[in-house]
Design a protein around this ligand. Structure first.
Ligand code: AMP
Length: 401
């Protein structure tokens, strides 16, 4: 068995031509019923809130977790537990099911990874399944778990769509102790009988609200129903509405609720509109904005895969450093564009809503809505990409007269 918790999914080529391999992608071109949003709602000054002071009640050294995990945390520079970690880890370590209400950036990955990895080290037969709504989030979780589990000998596999299934099949034959994936690809493997869940003792569902938003309820239900009844389940969601609650009630066993939401990131974003009187003027207005000195790292949102591609090509033709990310690209292309953006090799990423979900790039200065989002909820998701890590961000929404 390979001796490290290693990345196993090839980024080489998309899997097969005919097989459907990513559930969320087809939705991107389907125009959802648009909601009328009063343009006044796109104008708002940032109201940065002081990060609330939280006194952690534990140090990592207090937790009854394996020494190796503590060492790896120190190597990662984690000194004190974040609030969600402080409250979740001790409760999860004694085996309770958990509902964690926490948004991205709160440290929720380590909050579930530490108790799960500790228990996997203790019980050599146990396995864990971690389900995330997007490929990007699944990859981020994998990277975080890999670094926390370094040197433990635990072996994990990443099951996401848009990548060659061959290496996944090979790694699954080695009985990985950790399986991280998106619902569509996990279900594919269940149908192929290349993955069986009857020996999985831990289940983590991350970003449950997004998972449901993206239409994954049937897949998640199928997957959860194949897990043994004797298990520990950890659910994380930024919001808790009826749908989320129903799913959790169906699959959790007397869960303990732990809530730590930071203020809405949109409070850190200056929001304004750009008025245009004709569509021919739109591109030039965008150009003018992009050459402003303070406009450093930008996500431009457009509606369809085709319009995103066209806009990105137009920007490149005008000499900008841009790339596009949308569901029509395979996972390798999406990851490459994202990495170039993260490393600032390009400073403009043109994206559709779904493709941009789960992207956590800390230094985005501007979000530009080249087309008005379909719903106000999409708007909030979009502009939350700026104003991360306590910085002030800017959001500009193009509005036709
Ligand atoms: P997450 O919400 O899990 O995506 O984590 C957000 C960011 O915080 C990631 O970059 C983590 O590496 C980092 N992080 C998580 N927990 C801690 C901690 N206790 N101390 C410092 N950084 C952390």
């Amino acid at each position: 068995m390979p001796s490290t918790y290693r990345k196993t999914t090839s980024q080489r080529s998309a899997f097969g031509g005919r097989r459907r391999n990513y559930r969320a992608a087809p939705k991107q071109n389907k125009r959802r019923q648009g909601q009328y949003i009063d343009p006044a709602r796109f104008v708002k000054a940032a109201r940065p809130v002081e990060a609330e002071q939280y006194e952690a009640t534990h140090r990592f050294s207090d937790f009854a977790i394996h020494e190796l995990l503590k060492q790896n945390l120190r190597a990662k520079g984690y000194e004190t537990p974040s609030p969600i970690q402080d409250q979740t880890i001790p409760v999860a370590l004694v085996g309770n099911d958990i509902i964690g209400i926490a948004n991205t950036g709160t440290g929720k990955t380590a909050a579930f990874a530490l108790p799960v990895l500790h228990q996997l080290i203790e019980d050599k037969h146990a396995r864990a399944l971690i389900i995330a709504p997007t490929r990007e989030l699944a990859q981020q979780i994998e990277a975080e778990m890999k670094s926390i589990a370094k040197g433990s000998g635990l072996f994990g596999v990443l099951l996401i769509g848009g990548t060659n299934i061959g290496p996944q099949l090979r790694d699954l034959r080695l009985s990985p102790r950790v399986v991280i994936g998106t619902p569509g690809r996990i279900k594919d493997h269940l149908e192929r009988k290349t993955l069986r869940l009857d020996t999985f003792k831990f289940a983590v569902l991350d970003e449950v609200d997004r998972m449901l938003d993206m239409g994954f309820l049937p897949d998640v239900t199928t997957i959860m129903n194949q897990l043994p009844a004797e298990r520990q389940s950890l659910f994380f969601s930024a919001t808790m509405d009826n749908k989320v609650q129903m799913l959790i009630e169906n699959f959790a066993n007397q869960p303990v609720a732990i809530k730590h939401k930071t203020s809405d990131t949109s409070d850190n974003v200056h929001q304004n509109v750009v008025r245009i009187s004709s569509s021919s003027e739109k591109m030039d207005k965008l150009h003018d904005i992009l050459i402003r000195e303070e406009v450093e790292k930008i996500i431009v949102f457009d509606e369809t895969q085709r319009s995103v591609e066209r806009l990105s090509n137009e920007l490149i033709a005008r000499g900008f450093k841009a790339d596009a990310i949308h569901g029509g690209k395979n996972q390798g292309q999406r990851q490459r564009a994202l990495n170039r953006f993260k490393k600032s090799e390009i400073n403009i990423l043109v994206a559709t809503d779904v493709a941009a979900r789960g992207i956590d790039v800390k230094d985005i200065t501007h979000v530009i809505n080249y087309t008005v989002p379909q719903t106000y909820d999409d708007y909030t998701h979009r502009i939350g990409r700026a104003g991360r890590a306590g910085r002030i961000g800017h959001a500009l929404t193009f509005i036709s007269h």
